[in-house]
Design a protein around this ligand. Sequence first.
Ligand code: B12
Ligand code: SF4
Ligand code: SF4
Length: 376
Amino acid sequence: MAADPRIFIRQRAAELGFGVCRFASASEPWSAGEKLAHFVEAGRHGDMGWMETTLERRAHPTAMWDGAKTAIVLGMNYGPEADPLPELADKSAGYISVYARGDDYHEVIKGRLKILAGQMAARLSQLGLGQEVKVFVDTAPLMEKPLAQRAGLGWQGKHTNLLSRTHGNWLFLGVILTAAEITPDEAETEHCGRCTACLDACPTNAFPAPFQIDARRCLSYLTIEFADPWPVEFRIAAGPRIYGCDDCLGACPWNKFAQGASEARLHARDSLKGPRLADLLALDDPAFRALFTKSPVKRIGRDRFIRNVLYAAGNSEDATLIAPVEALLGDPAPVVRGAAVWALSRLDGERWAALREARLAEEEDESVKAEWSFSP
Ligand code: B12
Ligand code: SF4
Ligand code: SF4
């Protein structure tokens, strides 16, 4: 009888820093594809147009690759050293979500998945199971959470993320598919019970029902994916959150079993823990790129980031930010100028009113004009 390939794969996965490695059938049917279609048909994906164009391919692993038989599902712990939510009390500092305080996890995980896939392919062929192995990371990402639940890494909680009894909520996921038939692990069942802590914690009511999210209302979507000016209700609800949001994850009682990330590249950089809004408002493009080297934050670009920082400044009640906010009223990017108008209206209504007429007369961009026309 051939040796069980799971032993080799688990060992290699652990050496590559994956705290969890489990196996699931990639070919059995599931209902996740229908739920994804429901999500997209209801428009809950907002401006993430790739979710429409990849809908069919993402409906099931075999739609992506019809030879897929087994999914190897990997989890990498990115747990913070302490509960991050008390940091939200400092309104003069920006809150960057825990997942984005170290190196870009896409880069960390992608490289390691490729190494593991190469090692697996060699081993499977030694065992006479020489079938193909594929990693899907950039093109059309697989539905990782339902696969992870099927493999028993944890369950999708009422906030829709995958959480586990051993790691709490701070787990990145990665998947490798293979045409080899490998014995699956047992699936996990849901352990939320009557708890609603994550639903109650959400500052924007982004959950239309338990286990469902409307991304358009989620601050992670608004701060990262959405390029335009936000509706005012979300600007206010964002408080100091300037990149991603951890409220639903951080509220979960299962975090009592979480541990700090072991992978050094995922550790929080000091500069990204509570950065001062005044310093961030001063970032030009080269300074932005330098501060966020290798960080996922870099991907949203300076203008969208400064928009987020300006919304946080508008919520800060910090009068020392009036001057740096006013300096951005003449920024070349309309989304920055518009956010500066709003922030100034919140920090110093009199100054806003004094500048309004002259600035409105010279403004050409309709979205910025609308900001000056809005009455705070
Ligand atoms: C698009 C996306 C987002 C979107 C949408 C979020 C979402 N919940 O799907 C936005 C930009 C909002 C987002 C935010 C975040 N994301 Co994100 N995101 C993704 C991505 C690329 C695709 C997810 C997807 O397909 N969503 C579509 C919905 C339909 O999928 P679903 O949630 O799995 O749907 C299930 C349930 O909601 C339910 N359901 C849905 N509709 C319906 C309808 C009915 C009637 C019923 C009964 C059930 C039901 O069943 C579905 C199937 O199981 C994945 C990576 C990947 N390849 O999977 C990362 C991923 C989910 N994100 C991740 C992270 C870390 C985050 C953030 C925590 C980042 C942050 N701190 O700001 C937040 C969390 C917000 C939240 N509460 O979900 C991690 C989550 C890891 C984990 N342990 O779960 C992933 C897996 C990336 C990774 N490789 O690690 N993300
Ligand atoms: S990440 Fe924040 S805004 Fe998004 S669903 Fe969770 S608590 Fe709500
Ligand atoms: S906070 Fe409660 S309901 Fe939400 S995921 Fe955790 S256990 Fe489930």
